[in-house]
Design a protein around this ligand. Structure first.
Ligand SMILES: [Zn+2]
Ligand SMILES: [Zn+2]
Length: 913
């Protein structure tokens, strides 16, 4: 017989988790297992940034993936959870730039090659950190298939995709206003330039008319851009504009003359109705500029300082340092006055406002709430800037996704994200894919310096295929999402027709944070349809956000984060996983208190301890050999046995259904109820004497125990894999080396689900609970045994109470229970089937004192009720008080009356007289 002494008295996760993870790895338990009838189930991990460290968001998102993978693995699917990391161009480059800044250097000091080598060194050093951390929380990824978005094979896929899109003429060079980060010195996509509500100023500036007949006032939030204005526009139907259209105004400060034009794009409601046009520094103004053939001077450099710029900074020599490219200041078109050249944009704004004020051209300043775009990587305010960039035409890529989505082939859960997704896809804009960075996939566009031939190539080229002249490669790199949008197939060996690609594409579920729905998910869908002809996955599961007790997003800057590895160290990975899964429904935010880890993770830790303790009790009582439940003669099964079996089979069906529908928290709660509530609190307590008897009844009971406990461990495994594996291996009948991780998911035997049995045993539980509640309410000493009676609602109920008399007496701490309570005075309770429980309290409590206490309470309540009734009868109160206040008072009256009736009932039952 396996002895409980095998299990130490306390559960110590640190003694178990690392060992079991090693076992799983060594036994290849994470690799997909092919076999007849095994359908694949594939999840590709959202590749974390290669410089990343695990935070709670990863913890949540990866635990969900692991639960789904372990569930499907147990169900016999050929599961693949494919891991890897993203080179994360801009983020990683920033990290290394900060590192070398500590040495007083910039990337330009190192030069492109040395800088990129430096980044590689950093990545080789630290790039595995986050994957190692994922192992600590139990992630069962197939690590043999780990990918990195800059691997040579992956690079080949990126090149292939770029060249194909080029050949299909879906990639083009655009000269237009893009979002520019003056800190990162790169263009950003629309999604990377995030909106933030900001309180700023709206400056009203007077532009004198060239003929001296007055002035036009315009409003702007960015006065420094007036240096680049090339027109004033007004709506053609705005009567305020008519007298001025066709006239010219002088730019304040520089005196350069610009025309006043009519344009329908002007918002008549904004400011004065007149709008300044800075085509090189505003996307809308750029469109206006195109319509009217306006000049488009750049008046700011790439680093955010003021200065005339021809927009052709020499990228090839790496000389993008704004400080060294003053631009030809002697050009006739120079627009930036000498005293502002080299001045930072925000400093320049102050100076210009001061100068305007001095010459009386600042009409007024209003404070103004508006949305400002900031760089998603460094938080700098993004500067709109006219620039040459590569774009992908997105409409043709979006169409097949939209069609499939509308046909219901792709599902996003939870439901609420669907409208956002659809709106974005329907209004999709072209994607700026070039970044002025060094770390990433270099754009494979080559230009002949001799004949100017320009083409995209799968191979690096040094000579022109047309004239043999020397060639130069585009210096920019691709947006990091231009590689990660290929993740579901590039990781499987595409463009080669590999066995993995055939087997594991398309995948099934994608689990990720909603923040990257557009960055990544939508684009993966587009790439999947375009390059593979099929969707990359069927369901997109968007997780909630992890927040602190004040519901603020956890962040480094707020210092309110919780390190998941701290939780693993303190309470174990299972406690972490349990809390993350059980505390939030599908897509709901998860609230964790960073100031109180103890309480926050208590449920998970206590549950692990409880499972441990259940095992310690059960192991000595389990049969030495596995007895299949089918082998137990039905005649030897008691009501409690049949109830336990019914609840167990019900739990299988419910947990399975919940997991299939991604309601992970419901699965967790049902399994918790099975193990702790039904098995430990009720069934074990009920069968203790039978187990001790050691006869045929004991054999039946221990078979039921084994079956239910085995089932509970299997069902709980996806959520708390470590403790369940540890305990499951100690069950009788395990073959050497058998692992729970690869054991089969239980199938419910629905013949055992018996509502009548559940109702009958349910009535017994209710009676016991009612008596326990009465004991607690009257503070009866736990040692004291009471007399009770149960008046059954009918003959069937009477039969059940009679046959379960022993259980009721023992679990409710009774001396006796009779079926006729007429003679008993005491507390009573009515069960849901109408049966009534009476508990004698004479001798158990000081009846006189209890009567006094209750009648005092009754008279206090009577007084309160009287006052409230008077208030509610008062016409003035009723007519003057707000309706909701009156309604609340009426509700209060109702509640007090109910309380009063209960008290009166108690007094009568106790015979207080
Ligand atoms: Zn930035
Ligand atoms: Zn050539």
């Amino acid at each position: 017989m396996p002895a409980s002494s095998e299990l130490p008295p306390q559960y110590d996760p640190s003694a178990v988790e690392a060992r079991l993870y090693r076992t799983w790895l060594e036994r290849g338990a994470f690799a997909p297992t092919a076999g007849p009838g095994r359908e694949p189930y594939v999840i590709v991990i959202p590749p974390p940034n290669v410089t990343g460290v695990l935070h709670m968001g990863h913890g949540l998102n990866n635990t969900i993936q692991d639960v789904l993978i372990r569930f499907e693995r147990a169900r016999g699917r050929e599961t693949l959870w494919l891991p890897g990391t993203d080179h994360a161009g801009i983020a990683t480059q920033n990290v290394v730039e900060r590192l070398i800044a500590k040495e007083g250097k910039t990337r330009f000091d190192l030069g492109r090659e040395a800088f990129v080598e430096r980044v590689w060194a950093f990545v080789r050093d630290t790039g595995n950190t986050i994957l190692e951390q994922l192992k600590q929380i139990g992630a069962s990824c197939d690590w043999t298939r780990t990918r990195f978005t800059l691997d040579p094979a992956y690079t080949r896929a990126v090149r292939e995709v770029f060249v194909r899109l080029w050949e299909e003429q879906l990639i083009y060079r655009g000269h237009r206003v893009i979002h520019w980060c003056p800190r990162c010195l790169t263009a950003l996509s629309d999604e990377e330039a995030e909106f933030h509500e900001t309180s700023g100023n709206l400056y009203y500036i007077r532009y004198p008319l060239a003929d001296g007949s007055g002035h036009i006032t315009v409003a702007t939030t960015r006065p420094e851009t007036l240096l680049g204005d090339t027109a004033i526009v007004v709506h053609p139907e705005d009567p305020r504009g008519a007298p001025f259209i066709g006239k010219r105004v002088k730019l304040p400060i520089t005196g350069i003359e610009i025309p006043v034009l009519a344009d329908e794009a002007v918002d008549k409601e904004f400011g004065t109705g007149f709008v300044k046009v800075t085509p090189a520094h505003d996307a809308n103004d750029f469109e206006i500029g195109l319509r009217h053939g306006l000049a488009m001077p750049l008046i700011m450099r790439e680093n955010g300082t003021m200065g005339d710029d021809d927009g052709r900074a020499d990228r090839r020599s790496g000389g993008r340092d704004g400080a060294t490219t003053d631009g030809p200041t002697d050009r006739p078109t120079a627009r930036v006055p000498k005293d502002l050249v080299g001045v930072d944009r925000f400093e320049a704004r102050k100076k210009i406002v001061k100068q305007l004020e001095a010459v009386g051209l600042l009409a007024k300043v209003e404070s103004h709430q508006h949305a400002v775009r900031r760089c998603y990587r460094c938080d700098s305010i993004v500067e709109p800037r006219l620039s040459d960039q590569w774009f992908v035409k997105m409409k043709p890529l979006a169409e097949p996704v939209l069609a499939a989505y509308r046909a219901g082939e792709i599902t996003i859960v939870p439901e609420r994200w669907n409208a956002t997704f659809l709106n974005w896809m329907e209004n999709i804009r072209d994607w700026n894919i070039s970044r002025q960075l060094w770390w990433g996939h270099r754009i494979p566009v080559f230009t002949c310096t001799k004949c100017k031939h320009e083409w995209a190539d799968r191979e690096d080229k040094t000579t022109c295929p047309k004239c043999g002249g020397p060639v130069e490669q585009d210096p920019d790199v691709l947006d990091t999402w231009f590689s990660s949008w290929l993740w579901p197939f590039a990781t499987l060996g595409w463009p080669d027709e590999t066995a993995d690609l055939r087997r594991y594409y398309p995948g099934h579920t994608l689990v990720t944070a909603p923040e990257i729905l557009f960055f990544w998910v939508a684009r993966m869908l587009m790439a999947g349809f375009h390059f593979m002809g099929r969707k990359p996955f069927t369901t997109v599961y968007l997780t909630g956000t992890v927040r602190d007790a004040q519901h603020r997003r956890m962040s480094k800057s707020l210092g309110n984060g919780i390190d998941p590895l701290d939780v693993v160290r303190l309470y174990g990975a299972d406690a972490l996983r349990w809390t993350l899964i059980a505390s939030g429904s599908l897509g709901a935010d998860v609230i964790l208190d960073h100031n109180d880890l103890e309480t926050t993770f208590a449920t998970g830790r206590n549950f692990a301890n409880k499972l441990w303790n259940i095992a310690r009790f059960l192991l000595p009582h389990l049969p030495t050999e596995a007895i299949p439940i089918e082998a137990v003669h039905p005649k030897t099964l008691t009501l409690a046995d049949r109830w336990m079996l019914s609840r167990t089979e019900g739990a299988i069906a419910e947990a399975t259904g919940a997991l299939e529908q991604f309601r992970l928290d419901e699965a967790a709660k049902r399994c918790f109820e099975l193990a702790w509530g039904e098995l430990a609190d009720w069934y074990v307590e009920t069968v203790k004497p039978r187990l001790a008897a050691g006869d045929v009844g004991a054999r039946a009971a221990s078979a039921v125990l084994l079956h239910s406990w085995d089932t509970a461990l299997r069902l709980l495994h996806p959520i708390v894999p470590f403790i369940t594996e540890e305990l499951w291996q100690r069950l009788p009948g395990r073959r050497a080396g058998e692992l729970l991780i690869t054991a089969s998911w239980p199938a419910p035997d629905r013949r055992r689900i018996d509502p009548r049995v559940e109702a009958e045993f349910g009535a017994v539980q209710q009676a016991i609970t009612a008596i326990r509640n009465i004991r607690a309410e009257y503070r009866v000493s736990p040692k004291l045994k009471l007399a009770a009676a149960i008046r059954a609602a009918g003959p069937a109920a009477r039969g059940v109470f009679e046959s379960e008399r022993e259980t009721i007496v023992r679990l409710a701490q009774l001396e006796s229970v009779t079926s006729d309570g007429a003679a008993l005075q005491g507390a009573h309770a009515v069960l849901s089937d109408g049966s009534e429980v009476v508990v004698a309290l004479t001798g158990a409590i000081d009846l006189g004192q209890e009567c006094r206490r209750l009648s005092d309470e009754l008279s206090r309540l009577d007084k309160q009720l009287e006052a409230l009734a008077a208030k509610l009868a008062n016409e003035q109160f009723i007519s003057r008080a707000p309706a909701d206040v009156v309604a609340r008072e009426r509700q209060k009256e109702q509640a007090w009356r109910t309380q009063r009736d209960a008290l009166a009932g108690k007094l009568a039952a106790l015979g207080c007289g």
